[in-house]
Design a protein around this ligand. Structure first.
Ligand SMILES: Nc1nc2c(ncn2[C@@H]2O[C@H](COP(=O)(O)OP(=O)(O)O)[C@@H](O)[C@H]2O)c(=O)[nH]1
Ligand SMILES: [Mg+2]
Length: 253
């Protein structure tokens, strides 16, 4: 017998970064994961992901962060990867007002393919390139706050991947927002009473993409089962992830 506590396991969360091409999504990811910045990054093709361990408020997490290509022609490649996401970073660049307008489209595309409840999903709005001189700024902080309020998005932060400003904070904000949403979902669940109808089929594994090359469950009863999962009293928000560690390797399509 030993008094040693088992090592604390980290929770695996899937994070997706969306936004127009050129706003600095890949730079943000590289700064966060490797603390590196390259002026001339290769363009992202389709999607790729990197893992990063992080501790927030005494809890350990492994973030599996999916970087996507913003161009329209990559739409079919990136959208299958939205399903199963826990957090979504919506990125614009401070020197590009069109990239702020684009956030509407990004949010809608995400909601459609991730199939989540808009008001209960942790979106974080990230304004990148805040190292640029004021004269180059096309988007004011207040304008974005206004847009966020309209969309009921609580979290907005300005970052610079180049100057390493607020990058870890943006992901931390995402985590805290995710936890907040989880608490809200849990308390709603408690108010409804924790009744589980055992006569209905319950799928234990959420239908989601396997990052090691698997793919969606080809189970024809999946939709029926998903409907059962959504029945009152069995809200699965934030609980669908198992704690299996994702592979450390980066993945590129
Ligand atoms: N000034 C400045 N430029 C940045 C910053 N982040 C990215 N960039 C530049 O913006 C361009 C596009 O960056 P990239 O990460 O490829 O954008 P993505 O298409 O959204 O992935 C590159 O030339 C980067 O050097 C930043 O924080 N500040
Ligand atoms: Mg990129």
């Amino acid at each position: 017998m030993t008094n040693m506590r088992p090592p604390q396991r980290s929770k695996l969360l899937k994070v997706v970064i969306l936004g127009d091409g050129g706003v600095g999504k890949s730079a943000l990811l590289n700064r966060f994961v490797s603390n590196r910045y390259e002026e001339n990054n290769f363009h992202t093709i389709g999607v790729e992901f990197m893992n990063k361990d992080i501790e927030v408020d005494g809890e350990r997490y492994t973030l599996q962060i999916w970087d996507t290509a913003g161009q329209e022609r990559f739409r079919a490649l990136r959208t299958p990867f939205y399903r199963g996401s826990d957090i979504c970073l919506l990125c614009y660049a401070l020197d590009d007002r069109d990239s702020l307008r684009g956030l509407n489209l990004w949010r809608n595309e995400f909601l459609m393919y991730a199939d989540v409840d808009a008001d209960k999903f942790p979106f974080i709005v990230v304004g990148n390139k805040n190292d640029l001189p004021v004269a180059k700024r096309q988007v004011t902080y207040e304008a974005v706050q206004h847009w966020c309020a309209e969309q009921k998005i609580a979290s907005h932060i300005e970052t610079s991947s180049k100057a390493a400003t607020n990058v870890t904070e943006a992901f931390t904000l995402g985590l805290r927002q995710w936890r907040h949403m989880e608490c809200v979902a849990e308390s709603e669940l408690r108010q409804q009473g924790d009744t589980i109808d055992l006569t209905r089929p319950i799928r234990l594994a959420q239908r989601r993409i396997c990052c090691t090359g698997g793919g969606e469950t080809a189970d024809s009863s999946a939709d029926v089962d998903d409907a059962a999962m959504r029945s009152p009293g069995t809200k699965m928000f934030g609980q669908k992830r198992n704690n299996a560690k994702a592979p450390k390797t980066n993945y590129r399509l």
